[in-house]
Design a protein around this ligand. Structure first.
Ligand code: SF4
Length: 310
């Protein structure tokens, strides 16, 4: 089947990367809130990946444009500084291991000055790999994995059909850290609905503490028509939390999590209010900011709905 190049969906911190697709969609396309739940996993042919890397090389070194490459390749390359590369798509770590290794080796052969390669990964993808395999990928500059934790509460994880438990996520994180790669994780405010709000926030703080990542981010649930949670909201079985309830959850996560050295942020466009800082040292400052906004309850201090993004 012909591989269809996916749209660019990437972590904010990969804004200056080249986006190289290995897959399209997500292998765990079951999560009841996620746009990837409409997708089917596509695996790109390794020769096609190498062909794109060759085209990148020709453009970067000789400004040669290969006619069969899509315009997006050159659009990205024109603004690329050659330092970072992000492997698309929803969980490129699912790409068959020997081929993934070969793709990384090929990339490094053509671009020896690349500083870091990054990928989204599901906990299941990570658990499938041994620490030694992860170390081998790290040696080929796969330097950071972005893993969606979503919640630390097993009931919520089961309800949203994440396909992984609290403990499995902690175990996946342990393997990543042992490999020497950086780990960036995200939790989603509101995933427990109104009824499960407090438990979701507390358990997410607990899983974040146990994972002790290099980066942790909070996103806010935005319901997408057609997804499981959207349908449940429509039929009344799932109640969306209010913007101030999302900030209460954020406060609980910040307050109850303990990190050895983590950059924590709620800068993502889906959030109603942004705090960020290095933990543990900035925890007090972040909590004071959240206490102030929660005490004032002034909607004018929140990001307006029309400026929120996924
Ligand atoms: S594993 Fe991640 S990308 Fe895949 S469907 Fe679930 S939330 Fe979406």
């Amino acid at each position: 089947m012909t591989f269809k190049r996916p749209e660019i969906i990437r972590p904010p911190s990969e804004h200056d990367s080249y986006y190289l697709p290995l897959t399209s969609g997500c292998s765990n396309n079951t999560c009841g809130f996620c746009a990837y739940s409409f997708t089917k996993l596509g695996i790109r042919d390794l020769e096609e990946v190498k062909h794109e890397i060759d085209a990148m090389y020709l453009y970067v070194n000789n400004r040669i444009i290969v006619p069969d490459q899509p315009e997006i390749v050159y659009y990205i390359l024109r603004g690329w500084n050659g330092k970072k590369l992000f492997l698309q798509d929803g969980d490129a770590l699912v790409y068959p291991y020997p081929k993934l290794l070969e793709a990384l080796q090929y990339l490094n052969g053509k671009f020896p000055y690349l500083q870091r390669i990054a990928s989204y990964a599901t906990p299941q993808d990570i658990l499938r790999r041994s620490v030694s395999e992860l170390k081998t990928l790290k040696a080929q500059k796969l330097g950071i994995l972005y893993m969606g934790v979503e919640s630390g509460n097993d009931e919520v994880l089961e309800h949203i059909r994440k396909g992984a438990t609290h403990d499995q996520m902690v175990e996946a994180a342990r393997k990543v850290r042992e490999s020497g790669m950086l780990l960036s994780v995200t939790g989603i405010l509101g995933l427990g609905g109104v009824a499960g709000s407090e438990k979701h926030a507390l358990e997410t703080a607990r899983v974040l503490t146990e994972i002790d990542p290099d980066y942790a981010g909070a996103l806010t649930l935005t319901l997408i028509p057609g997804t499981q949670l959207y349908e449940e909201m429509e039929n009344g079985s799932f109640q969306l939390i209010t913007p101030f309830q999302s900030l209460q959850e954020l406060k609980t996560m910040v307050e109850k999590s303990n990190f050895s050295n983590c950059f924590f942020s709620s800068m993502h466009a889906s959030n109603y209010f942004a705090v960020r800082g290095r933990m543990p040292q900035d925890k007090g400052k972040m909590l004071r900011e959240l206490d102030t906004i929660l005490a004032r309850r002034d909607p004018a201090l929140l990001r307006p709905e029309f400026l929120r993004g996924l």
